[in-house]
Design a protein around this ligand. Structure first.
Ligand SMILES: Nc1nc2c(c(=O)[nH]1)N[C@H]1C(S)=C(S)[C@@H](COP(=O)(O)O)O[C@H]1N2
Ligand SMILES: [Mo]
Length: 429
């Protein structure tokens, strides 16, 4: 592409998308094709003789449950702490965000956070009990629940501890987008509005909170304000069209859109309606933050506005200077994303990225902006704003609010350093 045809919207080579819509621009030189003609010396040769083997033979028959292409074996979840002994505590599996596109996470690549391992629950023996400050306690079998009207929502789940390395490490932590940001995923969840079941039990006058408990070995549980459960909570059975994976809470989980992942209780089997929080181990322990003013911040439910450039991102290599599409993901637990700005010059100048629709509240939003890399070292950053006007803080600002060793709720601007040899690295600016 001739540089004269591109209009720049900010420093460092950020291009106005509209200037690329002019027909016939070659972004990247494709290798030229030699004319296909049988030479006299080779004798008579049919065009098909040069076809690869898969174009000359019958393919496989197929299987009863599809798998990714055998050429996509590099696409894998990754353990957050590979050296930790099995079942020694929470196991974190990270989603390879930089190898995916669009906004939906394939079920097999949904991140996982398992405090007590992954149970294999027999759905015929699993029941949901609602009791406490209610008029009539109810117990639901799976079969009964699946007869209720269902709703569908595309929503992200993000672990409160996502991007913990950036919060903790004094020096730039080397890592890929998966290593640093992989505790977030986004799916279409289908299930029953929790309010339907709670209202059926008849809520008592003093009902204010609900202790929600999972059926896994350690009974992961949290106290949840009743108002959230009556607002947009879902008892989910389906994830991107299929029943939940065991990793995601089979046979059912609670989904609390926009709130820290640990409140979306998997394997949910008990809702106890109460008048005050129970201060369960997970209410009071790891899911509270130490603030720099000496206060403890608990029940910090909302996941704040955040974004990350997934390409180019940590550990990737830009092979040559020239055209690239900068793309990434933005989200906010408060609602919709309204703006993502990108800088390609260390944060000196910023330009608005294109937001790819549909822009859904409390879901991932894909953004992109075309870029011409001139081969010089620079820093790429993205900064999201949500519909409530909340904007991502810088890292220094974030660190001023929280005291060490707090690492939950890190949502500061991510910066990726591009070196002149094309290597991309996590960096703190
Ligand atoms: N029963 C149960 N629910 C749970 C957990 C758990 O260990 N057990 N982990 C929580 C945490 S910390 C997070 S971040 C989310 C992760 O959901 P996922 O594993 O489906 O990604 O589930 C939450 N719900
Ligand atoms: Mo989590």
């Amino acid at each position: 592409m001739k540089r004269s045809q591109m209009e720049y919207v900010a420093g460092g080579g950020l291009i106005d998308r509209r200037s690329l819509l002019v027909g016939g621009i070659a972004f990247l030189a494709a290798s030229s094709i030699k004319p296909v003609a049988a030479s006299v010396n080779e004798g008579v040769k049919r065009i098909g003789d040069d076809f690869p083997v898969w174009s000359r033979t019958l393919g496989r028959q197929g299987t009863t449950y599809g798998q990714p292409s055998i050429h996509e074996k590099h696409l894998k979840l990754k353990l957050q702490l590979p050296s930790a002994p099995e079942n020694s505590g929470t196991t974190g599996w990270l989603t390879p965000l930089e190898k995916l596109h669009g906004i939906i996470t394939p079920n097999g690549l949904h991140f996982g956070s398992h405090h007590f391992g992954i149970p294999d629950i027999d759905p015929d023996k699993h029941e949901l009990l609602i009791h406490g400050l209610v008029e009539k306690p109810l117990k639901f079998t799976m079969e009964r629940l699946l007869r209720y009207p269902m709703i569908s929502k595309i929503r992200f789940i993000e672990c409160a501890g996502n991007t913990a390395f950036n919060a903790l490490s004094p020096l730039s932590h080397d890592g890929s987008c998966q290593d640093l940001h992989g505790l977030i995923s986004c799916s279409e969840w289908v299930g029953i509005q929790a309010s339907l079941l709670l209202n059926e039990t008849g809520l008592g006058k003093k009902a204010k909170w609900v202790i929600v408990e999972g059926a896994d070995g350690g009974s992961h549980s949290r106290s949840i304000p009743l108002s959230k459960l009556l607002d947009d909570a879902i008892i989910a059975f389906y994830q991107n069209g299929e029943r939940l994976r065991a990793e995601q809470g089979y046979p059912m989980r609670l989904l609390l859109p926009g709130w820290e992942g640990n409140t979306s209780i998997k394997y949910v089997h008990r809702l106890e309606v109460v008048d005050a929080p129970a201060y369960t181990g997970h209410d009071s322990g790891v899911y509270t933050q130490h603030l720099s003013n000496g206060q403890i911040e608990g029940f910090s439910f909302y996941m704040d506005v955040k974004s990350v450039i997934t390409h180019p991102s940590g550990k990737q290599i830009l092979e040559e200077q020239g055209f690239y599409e900068i793309t990434g993901l933005a989200w906010s637990g408060y609602g919709k994303i309204s703006k993502v700005e990108v800088s390609a010059d260390d944060g000196k100048t910023w330009a608005p990225a294109q937001l790819h629709g549909p822009i859904i509240e409390k879901a991932l939003t894909r953004f992109s902006i075309p870029w011409h890399w001139d081969g010089k070292s620079t820093v790429l950053l993205s900064r999201a704003t949500d519909a409530h006007g909340r904007m991502q803080p810088g890292r220094k600002e974030w660190k001023q609010r929280y005291a060490s060793p707090t690492f939950n709720h890190y949502n500061a601007i991510q910066s990726w350093d591009i070196s002149s040899n094309g290597e991309v690295e996590n960096v703190y600016v």
